[in-house]
Ligand binder design. Structure first.
Ligand code: NAD
Length: 471
């Protein structure tokens, strides 16, 4: 009996062990991957601040690895197509095929850590280094017109510079911005980077942007957008980089290759339905060649309006009571705009052109639609003068089609624009068919101009006396 009891006890003990082994493991909630998207602005900033402390001590080689991971993530076909398509769907601005080009451009042509060139001075007193060093956490405000391009471009530049970044996108681009921030953070983590090098809030709003502007852990503000947000960051009391509005004029003189000029102007003006801040917004053509120019523009996809009443109807339809662009028309196609006026055309129509006087609203306002007013002027000097007036001192972008080197230089000097394109579409100025690096934050108002990693860094000095000079 005793023996039996012992056996039973052993069997029970064994059974209990087996049951215990089968018990499900203690429940732990699965980690919700935020990939940089937070409920509150405070959380987004704190996370970026913690990440920056780690980034500060990572090697330059690692930073470059992270930059390469960002590039690769965007160049993955499914990601590139996804963010390009979602940007157009959510904002209802621009054109999918051109977003593909712009996003790819931001991924491939934004400089990385090679932009941070160290200066070294040696002499009898030793060695002094001047290096580009990070600020810390940067608060970056992005526009509806280039929502993903700006996030890609700024992320590469800012992380290459050793900073982390909190984005404040336009509320009308929140879904695509979140999607992109998650894609980028995932790629960074897979490349071994700290979490949260790039963050944002789930619900972007003016209130959240204000919190970001005021937060003590945000060291620098970068605003890519219209005049209101640029003014706001410049009034913050912090270091601010303002990339503001443009109204790029084109001058065409009698020496230009008119056929090519017409083709280039239509191509540049219609790129992404004219939303790029660098795109052709008005033309000043020398009288002698204006008719030829219009003729060739029409052969290349321009629809000409000649009836003054129709032109005024167009103005009423696309502008608001303040004289600015109606949001619902920004970045829409020429075909769409004409349809609202009862004019049906096919997709081959890319741009709407009309002759107007130089002070016309279509010339003076930045509309960001493929509507291109043409002003006929007696000579090239007057064309340059009017172009200068229409640019309103933004010092952003201007184009000229001419073979007269003297006049090309004259216009470039007078305009003082960050980008000046000769005999090509405006987009050559950001690297589409033109040489050089790209940027989607062109800081005219604060003077950094073409921003890259070094624009988001402080120059600091490291001095070693009486050694390390081997001359
Ligand atoms: P926008 O000025 O309406 O918005 C830009 C950003 O600023 C958005 O994130 C918006 O939410 C925010 N914002 C605007 N006013 C604000 C306020 N008072 N308080 C807080 N946040 C505010 O411009 P948009 O329509 O999105 O973009 C088009 C404008 O941006 C055009 O003027 C264009 O020329 C300019 N832009 C300039 C560059 C450049 O590199 N210089 C690049 C792209 C766009």
């Amino acid at each position: 009996m005793n023996m039996d009891m012992k056996v039973i006890e052993q069997m029970v003990e064994q059974a209990l062990k087996e049951i215990a082994a089968e018990q499900p493991q203690k429940f732990t909630a699965p980690k919700v991957e935020r990939y940089g998207v937070f409920d509150t602005m405070d959380e987004a900033i704190e996370a970026a601040a913690e990440a920056q402390k780690i980034l500060l001590f990572s090697k330059i080689e690692d930073r470059q690895k992270y930059v390469d991971a960002l590039r690769a993530a965007i160049l993955k076909r499914e990601n590139l197509e996804l963010v390009s398509r979602l940007a157009v769907e959510e904002t209802e601005i621009g054109c999918y095929e051109h977003k593909l080009i712009k996003n790819r451009l931001a991924a491939t042509r934004t400089p990385g850590t090679e932009d941070l060139v160290t200066e070294a001075v040696t002499g009898d007193n030793g060695l002094t280094l001047v290096e580009y060093c990070p600020f810390g956490v940067i608060g970056a405000i992005t526009p509806t017109t280039n929502p993903t391009e700006t996030i890609i471009n700024n992320s590469i530049s800012m992380i290459a510079g050793g900073n982390t970044v909190v984005f404040s996108p336009h509320p009308r681009a929140k879904k695509v911005s979140q999607m992109l921030v998650k894609i980028l953070n995932k790629a960074l983590i897979e490349a071994g980077a700290p979490e949260n090098l790039i963050t944002m809030v789930e619900e972007p709003s003016i209130e959240n942007t204000n919190k970001m502007i005021e937060h003590p852990k945000v060291r620098v503000l970068v605003a890519t957008g219209g005049p209101a947000i640029v003014k706001k960051v410049l009034s913050s009391g912090k270091k601010a980089i303002g990339a503001g509005a443009g109204n790029p004029p084109v001058v065409v003189d009698e020496t230009a290759d008119i056929e090519k000029a017409a083709k280039d102007i239509v191509a540049g003006c219609s790129f992404d339905n004219n939303v790029p801040c660098i795109a052709e917004k008005e033309v000043f053509a020398v009288d002698q060649i204006t008719d030829y120019l219009i003729h060739y523009m029409k052969l290349n996809g321009a629809f000409q309006m000649t009836d003054p009443t129709l032109i005024e109807r167009l103005v009423t339809v696309v502008t608001n009571e303040k004289g600015g662009p109606k949001t619902s028309f920004v970045g829409k196609s020429a075909q769409y705009i004409l349809k609202q006026l009862g004019i049906l055309v096919d997709e081959s129509v890319k741009v709407i052109i009309m002759e107007v006087p130089k002070d016309h609203i279509l010339v003076q306002e930045e509309l960001m639609m493929p509507i291109l007013p043409i002003v006929r002027v007696p000579n090239v000097d007057l064309a340059i003068e009017y172009a200068h007036e229409a640019e309103h001192g933004n010092r952003h972008t201007a184009m000229m089609h001419s073979k007269n080197v003297e006049k090309l230089s004259k216009m470039a000097k007078i305009m003082e624009t960050t980008i000046f394109v000769k005999n090509a579409p405006s987009y050559a100025g950001i690297g589409v068919g033109g040489e050089g690096f790209t940027t989607f934050t062109i800081a005219g108002p604060t003077g950094e101009g073409l921003t890259s990693a070094r624009s988001f860094c402080r120059k600091r000095k490291c001095v070693m006396t009486d050694a390390f000079s081997i001359r």
